[in-house]
Design a protein around this ligand. Structure first.
Ligand SMILES: [Zn+2]
Length: 394
């Protein structure tokens, strides 16, 4: 190895070490705050001088506040550090084929403001609209220091922020990240919606401590799969890991927007259930219903709507069995409109999954609450992950 290479490694290592120390300090304040500097030295395991420098930096950047706001001024208690949830803000963007939602949130994931608009046809118009929304929100909340923006979207994004695969969005090969950064003036993290949901579940889900292997399934027009392996998102080569939605079920099956036939998502997605309903025997349907209509039809006793949903649920279960056998995650989380009727669909999904699984599989399956806005929460967690890193194992 040449000397110059050694120098590069040494510089990179010291930068990484500093980043790691910063994450430990920030996480310790997040988990244990309000906390005194002395106590922070103890729980973080970092040296007093390191803590002193890092804390000053975090205060200056607006992440952390120091004070005893709830205590009288003469109180002898030490000044306490806590996350400045009022001041440190994050933009979360949920980009979907039909609708885009933009939210400004605190680092505690409480939304300060949010708005939605129809997703424009082209990325250029999308970026202009996003920039207008962001600047209006910043003007409305002048005290908030914006730390960055997370965007969850239905596609795969490479390491440079280029959209490489988004069949349901129908935007091709656009370098989205620099476009957004230039227009909005904020550092941006773009991520596949299912990956973002996996991370969101990791940060905010109510699961027993220690879940490190998690799969998130977003069920909508298509099926997205996000893989969290040992606490880290798995991207794979060209950032294409997780395209289980396009695993072939039947080479002669229905055509898929990806260009192939018979992909899993053509059997187990919302649009697959709708297609099955529309093209079923003795169809008398005028116009193509939405998935929400199908749920309503089934609730009002439409037997064919119920059959289409049950078929979707069975195929979901088969796919989940394959995922569980391939990856053995501790947890699979399901995200999408289908979770609104999980009391009916869940048992069919789990029954199909169990029938196709190997014995001794212990993977749990849970449906997320749509009210928690999992895709938006995932977008938020992209920025949190960048600053806070992998949460320490308690
Ligand atoms: Zn496909």
């Amino acid at each position: 190895m040449r000397k110059s290479e050694l120098t590069i490694i040494a510089v990179a290592t010291s930068k990484d070490a500093r980043q790691a120390q910063r994450r430990v300090a920030l996480n310790s304040i997040r988990l244990h705050g309000p906390i005194s500097r002395a106590e922070l030295v103890r729980v973080s395991g970092l040296q007093r001088s390191t803590i002193s420098v890092l804390v000053d930096e975090l205060i200056e950047e607006g992440w952390v506040s120091e004070g005893s706001a709830n205590e009288p001024a003469h109180n002898a208690k030490p000044m306490l550090l806590h996350l400045d949830v009022e001041r440190a803000g994050i933009f979360a963007v949920e980009l979907r084929p039909e609708v885009t939602t933009v939210a400004l949130a605190g680092v505690d994931a409480r939304y300060v403001e949010q708005t939605s608009w129809p997703t424009p046809q082209t990325p250029e118009v999308f970026v202009r609209r996003l920039a207008r929304t962001v600047s209006a929100m910043r003007r409305a909340h002048p005290r908030v220091v914006c730390e960055g923006m997370g965007v969850s979207l239905p596609g795969r994004v490479d390491h440079d922020g280029r959209l490489v695969f988004a069949p349901n969005l129908r935007w091709r090969d656009v370098n989205l990240s620099p476009l957004i950064e230039a227009s909005c003036g904020l550092p941006v993290v773009l991520e596949n919606a299912a990956n973002a949901c996996a991370l969101g579940e990791f940060w905010f889900g109510r699961h027993p401590e220690g879940i490190r292997h998690l799969v998130a399934i977003t069920v909508s027009e298509g099926i997205g799969v996000g893989l969290l392996v040992n606490g880290e998102l798995l991207h794979g080569g060209q950032a294409m890991a997780g395209e289980f939605g396009h695993v072939t079920i039947d080479v002669d099956g229905p055509p898929c927007p990806c260009g192939k036939r018979g992909c899993w998502e053509r059997y187990a997605s919302n649009s697959a259930a709708v297609q099955h309903y529309v093209h079923g025997p003795s169809s008398e349907v005028g116009g193509i219903p939405r998935f929400e209509d199908l749920l309503r039809f089934a609730a009002h006793g439409d037997g064919r709507a119920r059959q289409s949903l049950e078929r979707m649920a069975r195929y979901l279960g088969f796919g989940l069995a394959n995922l569980a056998m391939a990856l053995a995650p501790e947890l699979i989380v399901v995200i999408g409109e289908v979770t609104a009727v999980w009391d009916q669909m869940g048992p069919i999904v789990l029954d199909a999954m169990q029938k196709q699984s190997l014995p001794h599989m212990t993977t749990r399956v849970v449906a997320t609450d749509p009210a928690a806005q999992p895709r938006l929460r995932g977008a938020l967690s992209l920025v949190l992950q960048r600053h806070f890193g992998t949460p320490p194992v308690a």
